[in-house]
Design a binder for this molecule. Structure first.
Ligand SMILES: C[S@@+](CC[C@H](N)C(=O)[O-])C[C@H]1O[C@@H](n2cnc3c(N)ncnc32)[C@H](O)[C@@H]1O
Length: 246
């Protein structure tokens, strides 16, 4: 039986991928591997980072990897986002992936609780072509966000799943009128649909997903990219009826 994207892809003889496709089997693993293979390969500095994450850090599957990394870069690029906020740096893969989509002068502020992860990410960011565009701020992200001035054009939410709703409340007032939030892991390996799974992360993500789709302040699309990426924008854009800028 084919159990993972890697096995599936190896079974058809064409996969040189390592970890990307195995993380999420929400999408058919063969198609996930195919999609990853047909996504532009990462630059050398990201390949090196991914290699070191797998060698040195626990839970390397937390890293977004090739497919979602390029997806984030595309969103940043398409938005023309100048100011990006990230919650959850880990090894720095997603921050460096997004940096490649920034216009000149664009910046990324990324929040990380773990000193080990922050140090690892800083080392790799320093060795990349984007060292001057990314600031890693160590500490609990909710505290960090409270200290930051908006507006942010793009926010990638990828830490502390149980508290996603709190992050939404912290981020929304600092989101640019035409900005976008991308929240990761919102399908949580399908565990949301398991009624016996009442772990804090699963419960937190259920609350987040349920609240979002009936929240009149936002417009939302739940995608099945990797482990589920929810895209969120403000409903009160300047061209929407009844828009009253603050
Ligand atoms: C899923 S990983 C982020 C993966 C990263 N975006 C990437 O693609 O490589 C989540 C990270 O968030 C950090 N984290 C957990 N709780 C946090 C909090 N309250 N504030 C800031 N960072 C937190 C963890 O230490 C971990 O490094």
């Amino acid at each position: 039986m084919i159990r993972s994207g890697i096995e599936a892809s190896q079974a058809r003889g064409g996969c040189s991928l390592s970890y990307d496709a195995v993380v999420s089997d929400i999408v058919d693993p063969v198609l996930e591997a195919y999609a990853t293979e047909h996504t532009t390969a990462p630059p050398g500095y990201l390949e090196a980072l991914a290699h070191d994450v797998r060698a040195e850090l626990e839970s390397p599957g937390m890293m977004v990897g090739r497919l979602e990394g390029r997806f984030l870069e595309m969103l940043v690029f398409a938005l023309g986002a100048h100011r990006v906020l990230e919650v959850g740096t880990f090894g720095g893969y997603s921050a460096l992936a997004m940096a490649a989509g920034l216009p000149p002068g664009g910046t990324i502020t990324t929040c990380e609780l773990s000193p080990e992860h922050a140090a690892f990410a800083r080392r790799h960011i320093a060795a990349s072509p984007h060292a001057d565009r990314i600031e890693v701020i160590e500490g609990p992200a909710l505290h960090t966000i409270a200290s930051l001035e908006g507006p942010f054009d793009f926010v990638f939410l990828d830490a502390d799943k149980a508290a996603y709703l709190e992050y939404l409340e912290a981020i929304l007032p600092k989101l640019a009128t035409r900005g976008l939030i991308a929240a990761d892991n919102t399908l949580w390996y399908g565990r949301l649909l398991d009624p016996t799974d009442n772990t804090p992360d699963t419960e937190g993500l259920r609350r987040f997903n349920d609240a979002l789709c009936s929240d009149p302040r936002v417009v939302v699309v739940q995608t099945t990219v990797r482990d589920g990426v929810t895209l969120i924008r403000r409903a009160d854009t300047e061209d929407s009826p009844g828009f009253h800028p603050a």
